[in-house]
Write a protein that binds this ligand. Structure first.
Ligand code: TIU
Length: 221
């Protein structure tokens, strides 16, 4: 067991039971013409975290620890897309519509892919999820249970939407959750700051937060 310098207090990492989960680092959220922009967001902030997400992923790989990737996406026939999600916010392009990078947020389309710098390698698990949380309508829980994972380090997009939703789902299922602060981003800097504050408030009510350097130092010790 190794203590990681974290807020609101040290996170005691159990190295045989910890995994990195990288949430939705997809072109659709990071590049012009994708789902994020169709909702009216300025996507230019998002790619700035790629180097920090990359070194976190590489640190876990170097330590021989599991890296799990998620992708928010839907089946080509849209059978897993509730109309309420498709129509919410009256986006300029709806999920399933043809965009400049292929059909918006549809499995297998080039715009839905994980950014090439952060692409999964070898046998890393990739979870395709139709919701904001990665446990809803996926086999993530079973996969973690079979591997004996009880602690999750979180990175990815966006802090207050899919990252926070998945952290809350995981926390309720008994996982200890640690968010890597520089390896997550929001379209709204104030929402990122608020999400970090609310996650670690009340004695880590949802989980801990830590800097990428402190996480890497501990897992590679
Ligand atoms: N819109 C937004 O902030 N996020 C999403 O729709 N999905 C994820 O956070 N991945």
């Amino acid at each position: 067991m190794i203590d990681i310098n974290a807020e609101p207090f040290a996170f005691t990492a159990k190295i045989d039971h910890i995994a990195l989960i990288v949430i939705d680092m997809q072109r659709d959220f990071a590049e012009p013409g994708g789902f994020g922009e169709s909702l009216g967001n300025d996507v230019s902030r998002i790619t700035k975290i790629v180097p920090d997400v990359k070194r976190l992923i590489e640190g876990f790989r170097k330590a021989g620890l599991p890296v799990i990737h998620t992708m928010e996406c839907h089946r080509p026939d849209l059978s897993d897309l509730p109309p309420a999600k498709r129509d919410r916010g009256n986006p300029s392009l709806r999920i399933g519509d043809d965009g400049p990078m292929g059909r918006i947020l549809i499995a297998g389309e080039s715009g839905t892919a994980i950014l090439p710098e952060l692409a999964p390698i070898n046998d890393e698990v990739v979870i395709e999820k139709p919701g904001k949380g990665a446990f809803y309508a996926t086999d993530l829980g079973e996969i973690l249970q079979k591997r004996g994972i009880t602690q999750l380090v979180f990175a990815g997009l966006t802090t207050e939407v899919c990252v926070q939703t998945t952290m809350r789902e995981a926390n309720d299922r008994g996982y200890e959750c640690l968010l890597a602060e520089e390896a997550t981003e929001s379209y709204f800097p104030e929402f990122k700051a608020a999400a970090i504050a609310m996650i670690r408030a009340q004695g880590a009510i949802v989980g801990w937060t830590a800097h990428v350097d402190d996480i890497l130092e501990a897992i590679n010790a």
